[in-house]
Design a protein around this ligand. Structure first.
Ligand SMILES: NC(=O)c1ccc[n+]([C@@H]2O[C@H](COP(=O)([O-])OP(=O)(O)OC[C@H]3O[C@@H](n4cnc5c(N)ncnc54)[C@H](OP(=O)(O)O)[C@@H]3O)[C@@H](O)[C@H]2O)c1
Length: 240
């Protein structure tokens, strides 16, 4: 997995020509790892960008990329996992994902792709059947690995207790103001790779805040290092 990924979530969640162009430009700049989700509406533009990147010779084949997508809460029901991945692959025009994640540790009423989810539509997840569905996806070769997102230590422990294939990754919010110390230790000990979303605190999106980008100490560090704050926030987690 390339260490730096390019997030493709942009609100409102919809397929757009702008997303496709941004992804193509990211490939041109050297990004090889892309993060999408069935919720984001970005699977389709990502798939189109990949086809174009291959056809103009920016990459040799899809195998040069690491593609992550995610199972939305309304598909987090045992019998819906495999069809949901097949739909994602169809949107992406790909034969396999590199990583398929359970987006959130909660299920919702089947059929709706909405965010935020109405409170009355939320349902506790049956981890056993949903994870069995994820394992089936990997066994069938439709994804190289499987994992979760937004899972606490307790929920990871619940899955690890019965998983035949343990989660490879837990993707959570992580940035200098949200360091996830306990979760990092738990994941290190359990052999689960913790990956960060919103490394800049999600400035400019529908949630999150400017607290990271406007933090005085971080700005001083960036100035002293002759880097941008964004470079420091992301690079800090990679030991650069
Ligand atoms: N698994 C999950 O539940 C989950 C949740 C959230 C996000 N994610 C993933 O993580 C990705 C990134 O997260 P995010 O978009 O929430 O947050 P983020 O990367 O922390 O913040 C994105 C915002 O940062 C600003 N920005 C980006 N590059 C910058 C730079 N070089 N200098 C200054 N500002 C910069 C932009 O603001 P302006 O628009 O104001 O320029 C942009 O809107 C998403 O696209 C998605 O793939 C996953």
């Amino acid at each position: 997995m390339a260490r730096l990924g390019f997030g493709t979530a942009a609100f409102p969640f919809e397929a757009s020509e702008v997303a496709k162009k941004a992804i193509l430009q990211a490939i041109e700049l050297g990004y090889r790892h892309f993060d999408t989700a069935s919720l984001y509406g970005s699977e389709q533009p990502l798939g189109e960008a990949i086809i174009e990147a291959v056809s103009v010779g920016l990459i040799k084949s899809r195998d040069d990329l690491f593609i992550t997508s995610k199972l939305w809460c309304s598909d987090a029901h045992g019998d819906r996992v495999l069809p949901a991945l097949q739909r994602s692959l169809q949107n992406l025009k790909l034969e396999y994902l590199d990583l398929f994640l359970i987006h959130w540790p909660i299920s919702s009423k089947p059929g709706a792709y909405e965010f935020p989810i109405k409170e009355e539509d939320l349902i506790p997840m049956d981890f056993n059947t949903v994870w069995a569905g994820m394992e089936e996806c990997q066994r069938l070769g439709l994804t190289k690995s499987i994992g979760v997102s937004n899972f606490s230590c307790k929920k990871l422990a619940d899955i690890l207790a019965f998983a035949k294939i343990p989660p490879a990754v837990n993707q959570v919010e992580m940035n200098p103001l949200c360091r996830q110390k306990k979760l990092r230790e738990f994941c290190n000990e359990s052999g689960i790779l913790l990956t960060a979303y919103s490394p800049l605190g999600a400035k400019g999106t529908i949630w999150g805040s400017n607290k990271v980008m406007e933090n005085e100490v971080l700005n001083e560090i960036a100035k002293a290092k002759g880097k941008t704050l964004a470079q420091c926030s992301i690079g800090g987690y990679h030991g650069h």
